[in-house]
Structure formats: structure tokens, C-alpha cells
Design a protein around this ligand. Structure first.
Ligand code: FES
Length: 86
């Protein structure tokens, strides 16, 4: 697993092995929007304030930079802590 920093609430979210960031949010009763849970609808989009993301959603254009991520399927790209606008 890994830890994600939630900048707005000031919490550290612990994401368990095999869990998505979205699932970890729901497990912690955080009020997050979502729908498809498969990286196709964009409902779970969250702004990334710090860190690099391995984008696994179907909406992402490979090779482009963006400051958002779909938390239902994407994950940190390295060991540095992701900071989300959440
Ligand atoms: Fe649809 Fe994440 S819930 S892209």
C-alpha cells in the first residue's frame, strides 16, 4: 500500500495493497464523486497538487501532462507522496 496526502482536509489516506484511492476514500467515509469505477466517465477526477501519477484511465492522452487524476484507477507513479486537492 501507500499513503496519499489530502491537502484540503489535512488527512493522510492509507491505501491498502490492491485497493484504489477511491476505495480508500469510501472506506474512510470521505465524500467523493464517482460513477463507472473503470476510468471511462471522469466523475472521480481530482486535482493533483504534488507528485507524479501513473494514469490508467481511458480519458488520458499518453504523453500529455495534466494536473488531474481519476482516483478510481490511477495511482502514484513513484514512491513520493501524492498530494490531492481533496
Ligand atoms: Fe468513472 Fe473514475 S469513476 S473515471
Amino acid at each position: 500500500g501507500y499513503t496519499v496526502r489530502l491537502a484540503r482536509s489535512g488527512h493522510d489516506l492509507h491505501v491498502l495493497p490492491g485497493e484504489t484511492i477511491l476505495a480508500a476514500c469510501l472506506r474512510n467515509n470521505l465524500d467523493v464523486a464517482y460513477s463507472c469505477e473503470q476510468g471511462v466517465c471522469g466523475a472521480c477526477e481530482i486535482r493533483v497538487l504534488k507528485g507524479r501519477v501513473n494514469h490508467r484511465d481511458a480519458l488520458h492522452q499518453p504523453g500529455t501532462e495534466r494536473d488531474v487524476m481519476m482516483i478510481c484507477c490511477s495511482e502514484p507513479a513513484d514512491a513520493s507522496i501524492l498530494e490531492l486537492d481533496l
